[in-house]
Design a protein around this ligand. Sequence first.
Ligand SMILES: [Zn+2]
Length: 294
Amino acid sequence: MSEAFKRISLACPKCGIEKSVKVPLELFNGKGFGIIKIQVPLGGVCEKHNFLVLLNKEGAVLGYETFDMLVSKPSEAGKEEGYPEEPNLQEELQQSESNLQKYVNKFGFNCIVGYLHSKLFDYPSYLICRDDVEVQIDEMEILFNGIIPQTYRNSHKLNVVLFDPEIYPQPGYYYALSKNRHQDAFIINPNRHVINVPWKTNIDYEKVMLRNALSENNSQNQVKKLSEYINHFIKDVEHTVLFLKSVKKIKEKDLINSLNQANPLTTFNKPRLRLIREFISKQITPELASKIII
Ligand SMILES: [Zn+2]
């Protein structure tokens, strides 16, 4: 018997954890071009968050929807004491939401991490959306420009590309079109979904930076923390550049050892050095980056 499932890669829109899940094929067999909504419970992809994923009939992810609030069951203790069965409303991260958290909630965790990476590493970025969706990104641009050191701040803005839903009734088709047109760019949609990633480097380091920054208790500290992490990264880049200038070629492993010996306060490892190498190549000079033999 042929496989009656389709494997689909999902990413938690709140924290970026990724997992591939099996979706029954029969779900896609219905008529029409409708959007399929699947509820992903706690533990389905991520242990901490539940969300909805929107798929098209081909099984491509169109976006995610998140919940602002969780209504929990009335507690047993409450019942015993004769309280009315009012739901116990738990608000999740709603108390004085920080700016950074606001953008993560609005665009999704992976979209914000990728946006940060594209800004820091000088990639063009696009937000593709229907022309009847209103998106404001100016404030977000200011915040992110502010945390990138002047020397590496670039003119790349998140470009908003609008499409007419009358001409393109299937958003998935327009996303695929945009992906083909801008393969060298980071592309997102307003439904918290990443449409295209132009880099091959793993950006887990930035995910950790953003996650840790968001765990700070207030808006100012979150931005400060993120900016500290970026400065730390740039310092590591500068140490690496200095070292590379003194050698002809060096094996990745030897470079990691040398950098760790010379800088006891930082831990250089393979993923971090790959990221540093990409940064040098994109933002400083490809020749220097190519001295590292991998
Ligand atoms: Zn999550």
